[in-house]
Structure formats: C-alpha cells, structure tokens
Design a protein around this ligand. Structure first.
Ligand SMILES: NC(=O)c1ccc[n+]([C@@H]2O[C@H](COP(=O)([O-])OP(=O)(O)OC[C@H]3O[C@@H](n4cnc5c(N)ncnc54)[C@H](OP(=O)(O)O)[C@@H]3O)[C@@H](O)[C@H]2O)c1
Length: 295
C-alpha cells in the first residue's frame, strides 16, 4: 500500500484514478484550489501556497492539475494560465518536497501527445522523436521539464504523453457529442490518438506499483483513427447521424481562434514502447466507445 498525493485529483481522470487506487488498497490525498472533502488539501499556485499537511508520509505524487486546454480561447492570459497551472504548480511541488526533505518513490506526471506538435503527417511519433515548435508543444515541453526536475532529488519520474481520453463524463467526447462536432472537421484526415480512461488509469497505477515503469511513455492505444473515421464510429455507437458535410477549417478558426489547431491537426502516435509494459484493454474504438456509453 502506498500513499499518493494527486494534484487536480478532482478532475475527470483524477476522480476515477482515486477510486481505482483505493480499490487497490492505496491511500489517496488530493491537492485542490477548493478543498471540499476530508482528504482534500489546499494550494494556490499564484501565491505559492501549499498546505504542508498534504505531504505527510506520501510515497508518490501524481501531477494532473492543469487548466483545460480546449475550454477557452487561447488569449495571452489564458496561454499563461495553461502553462502556469502545469509548470508553476510542478515547480511549487518541487520546492515543497525539497524544503520538507521528503523522499518520494516516484513523481508521475501527465503530459500530452501534443508534445509532438499540432501537425498533420504520416509519421508515427515515438517517445524518441523531437518536440514540435508550436504553442501546444511548448506547454508539454515545459511541463515535462518541470516534472523532470525531480530527478535531481533521485526521484524516479514517469511521464504519460496522453491522447484523447475516452469517458462519457467529460473531456473530448462530451464536446464531440454535439450537433456541430458530430461531423468531420476540416479535411477530416487528421489523426486522433485516443485511450480509454480505464487504460489510462491502469497506466498511472502501473507507475505506482511497478518500479520498472519509469521514463516517458505515450499513453495512446495501438489503433490509428482519423477524425473522419473516429466521427463515423462515434455516430454509429451513439446511433446519431453524422453531418453529411465537413465543418470547414475556417469556421473553426473563426469560432475558436488559435485553439482550432488541436481539432484540425493531428498525427499518429506510437504505443509500441508502452505496449511492451502494458496490455491495453481497449484497442478498438468501437468496443471502447460501447463500453464508455454503457456505464
Ligand atoms: N482528458 C483528456 O483527454 C486529456 C488528454 C491529454 C492530457 N490530459 C491532461 O491530464 C490532466 C488531467 O486531465 P482531466 O481531463 O482530468 O482534466 P480536468 O477534468 O479539467 O481536471 C483538471 C484539474 O486541474 C485543476 N485545475 C484546473 N484549472 C487549474 C488552474 N488554473 N490552476 C490549478 N489547477 C487547475 C482542477 O482541480 P481543482 O479545481 O480541484 O483545483 C481540475 O480538477 C490535465 O493536465 C490534462 O491536460 C487530459
């Protein structure tokens, strides 16, 4: 049994991860901006405040906190929030762990498949590939750099470069299951690397329970789907019609500004390295979606 501190543990992934870790007899505490439960502890990233009690006897930190990438237009202020909520938060955790002289068994952080940039290409990106050079990859580069600081304390670091997480409770699927988005976007050829939320939680649990699972891993399943094929399968599972025309890229650019790149661009991402450590439960989109909507 380990004691695990989860940042952003109140979110889509964190809530299910807490349940699954507790089912495996681990003890979970959560860092949140708005504590509401007994196992919640407060932090405030801008004023560099964290309740020290959150760190009592912890073995692992799982860093999930971050402002929603697709929730608001990317104004200058929003861009700063997207970065600070991930990077300044990790820096704050690092300072606190150092100050309190805590020996962690591991620091486990989310990152995004967007590390490789929002681009359309036929390349299948592996963990060894270089990052992109746009804003979305910049977030991931800085996020990972902040997580990797923990190596200076001889703490093993695991980073999960995560694809679109499938859950009916939030994230991309909730946004896609609307009249505008139940249609192919742009030319529809952009890839959508995806992972079922159960598989993602299992990867986080593996990072806690398996000391060999350290380093950088793409958290995406083995199958490759384009925006067009993904949308068709989603429509068939939901038994909803797909709009017979694609939403033109310029419409999305007008509606969403720069943020539209994450909808209009996307490459394939390799799961080969991850699959040598973990056997994915869901590798077919149709089965994954049927499961998601059956719960
Ligand atoms: N869902 C996906 O498809 C997906 C894909 C790739 C990567 N990820 C990454 O995985 C992590 C967790 O994802 P999720 O889907 O569970 O996200 P989520 O539901 O939006 O939850 C993220 C949590 O981060 C905290 N947070 C939000 N804005 C913040 C801010 N400005 N400053 C500090 N904390 C803030 C919130 O916790 P409190 O309100 O309690 O403070 C929130 O519950 C995120 O970093 C996300 O970028 C997710």
């Amino acid at each position: 049994m380990s004691k695990i501190l989860i940042t952003g543990g109140t979110g889509l992934i964190g809530k299910l991860l807490q349940q699954k870790l507790e089912a495996n007899k681990h003890h979970v505490v959560i860092l949140t901006r708005n504590p509401k439960k007994e196992n919640h502890f407060k932090w405030d990233i801008s004023s560099k405040f964290i309740d020290d009690k959150a760190f009592q006897n912890i073995d692992y930190i799982i860093h999930l906190a971050g402002a929603g990438i697709a929730d608001k237009r990317w104004t200058t202020a929003r861009k700063k929030e997207l970065i600070d909520s991930r990077v300044e938060s990790a820096n704050l955790l690092f300072s606190k762990v150092k100050e309190l002289n805590i020996t962690l068994k591991g620091f486990i952080s989310s990152s995004g498949m967007s590390y490789y940039g929002a681009i359309n290409s036929e390349n299948i990106f592996t963990e060894n590939d270089s990052p992109g050079n746009d804003f979305i990859s910049k977030i991931c580069i800085e996020w990972e750099k902040a997580a990797n600081q923990f190596k200076k304390l001889n703490t093993p670091v695991t980073i999960l470069r995560t694809g679109i997480v499938l859950s009916k409770n939030g994230g991309a699927l909730k946004k896609m299951n609307t009249p505008l988005f139940l249609s192919a976007l742009g030319n529809g050829k952009q890839y959508i690397p995806w992972i079922h939320i159960d598989d993602l939680c299992n990867l986080y649990i593996k990072a806690v329970e398996d000391v060999t699972f350290t380093g950088i891993f793409n958290a995406v399943t083995t199958e490759h789907q384009t925006n067009t094929s993904f949308t068709k399968i989603l429509g068939s599972v939901l038994k909803k019609p797909i709009t017979p025309f694609n939403v033109p890229g310029f419409v999305l650019k007008m509606l969403l500004g720069e943020l539209s790149v994450i909808l209009l661009k996307g490459s394939r991402v390799s799961s080969k390295k991850t699959a040598t450590h973990y056997s994915f439960k869901y590798t077919k989109l149709q089965e994954a979606l049927i499961d998601v909507y059956s719960k």
